[in-house]
Design a protein around this ligand. Structure first.
Ligand code: KG4
Ligand code: ZN
Length: 365
């Protein structure tokens, strides 16, 4: 069983993982930087890259210790080299090159977005002989419909193979994760807002507040979330007097009662996830019309940790008799296990990169 070391540093998590056979996660250490960015309400690129530099070696040591492995036990070094914040990516890419060169092991550059869609194939080592995990051959899932939902992305893909995907639709403004984070600020829930809003939404009634469900054109597979965010802002604070930064509002999120706060959270969650579900269904129909019906629905990215999205996607898969790939909670957020896992396929086919591997900030398509 080849063991691949993975490195992830595209945004604000520094992560190193060891994955055997492309699936079995022997270690997946993640150092988050949430505390460093919280007071700015979002990720500050310069602070992120410096924090990666400080953390990468301790995180590597901890991953090796957790897996009870030494550097010489590794078969390859994989790194998420695209897309992401350039300064952050450079730290992981430099560390991966140094390790690959010093250990004389192959280097594999991995696409972070493709890795999110691979995350549902990852599993923990089985410790008890009576414990059986369903082993899914990723190749049996294609063609699949993929949905990547995170702070940076809201995109639908026709997934032809683990490393071959065609973009079907994407957001024309904010990503869904960004909308969650901004909605949480409006509701005074703090940063990062997604998990907090999700939890609170479970105690609210979505029917008490009407928010617009923007679906764009009748056939569009693109997303738009900025109107939803603005509608929530005006419902909570009232219409602004004046324009731009000088605008004043009648009320603020701080005036909401706990029940109102929960109801707004529930209405936002219901609308945002409703938009994702409508587009997933449309995309399934498009794939069928194109003569390549999906055999599976794969989701990934930070927002795939959302309780309502997980439930609705599972229901959709059941109704359409499709396999559903939903990552375990620990593999939804940015992590290196998905990088090391996806690199396995390239490793088997001897598709390696050399030491000129670049860090690339933008998406291929
Ligand atoms: O994939 P990720 O860790 O980083 C990016 O590549 O952006 O995703 C982070 C995003 C944040 O916007 C966060 O608020 C959101 O995922 N998120 C959630 C939940 N957990 C994390 N959004 C909704 N519900 C959740 N449970
Ligand atoms: Zn991500």
């Amino acid at each position: 069983m080849p063991v691949i070391l993975g490195i992830e540093s595209s945004c604000d998590e520094t992560s190193v993982a060891l994955v055997a056979d492309g699936r079995v996660v022997l270690a997946n250490i993640i150092a988050t930087q949430h505390d460093l960015h919280a007071k700015y309400g979002g990720v500050v690129p310069e602070i992120a890259s410096r924090a990666h530099l400080e953390r990468i070696l301790p995180v590597l040591d901890e991953a090796l210790a957790t897996a009870h492995l030494r550097l010489r036990d590794l078969d390859a070094v994989a790194v998420g080299n695209r897309p992401g914040l350039i300064g952050s990516l450079l730290v992981g890419v430099s560390a991966a090159k140094a390790l690959a060169w010093a250990l004389d092991r192959p280097l594999v550059g991995v696409d972070h977005v493709q890795a999110h869609l691979y995350a549902s194939c990852l599993q923990e080592p089985t410790t008890r002989p009576d414990q059986k995990t369903e082993i899914i051959d990723p190749r049996s899932l294609f063609p699949a419909l993929g949905l990547v939902v995170s702070g940076g992305h809201s995109s639908l893909y026709h997934v032809e193979a683990a490393t071959r995907m065609r973009l079907l639709g994407r957001t024309i403004d904010d990503s869904v994760g960004e909308a969650y984070d901004k909605a949480a600020v409006i509701l005074y829930l703090g940063y990062p807002g997604g998990p907090k809003l999700d939890k609170l939404a479970q105690t609210g009634d979505p029917r008490t507040i009407d928010l617009p469900k923007s679906l764009l054109d009748r056939d569009s597979l693109d997303f738009s979330f900025s109107g939803l965010k603005t509608a929530l802002l005006y419902k909570v604070r009232g219409f602004p007097k004046g324009r731009g930064p000088a605008a004043t509002f009648e009320r603020s999120g701080a005036d909401l009662t706990p029940q109102e706060q929960a109801d707004y959270a529930a209405a936002f969650q219901d609308t945002a996830i409703g938009i994702l579900m409508t587009k997933l269904q449309r995309a399934l129909e498009v794939m069928t019309r194109q003569g390549t019906p999906a055999r599976a629905i794969l989701i990934g990215g930070g927002v795939s940790a959302n309780s309502l999205l997980r439930r609705r996607v599972a229901e959709l898969g059941q109704a359409r008799k499709l396999h559903v790939g939903i990552p375990k909670m620990s593999y939804c957020l940015d992590n290196a296990a998905m990088i090391a896992g996806l690199a396995h396929e390239d490793f088997l086919h001897h598709r390696f990169d050399d030491l000129n591997l670049p860090a690339v900030a933008t998406m291929a398509q």
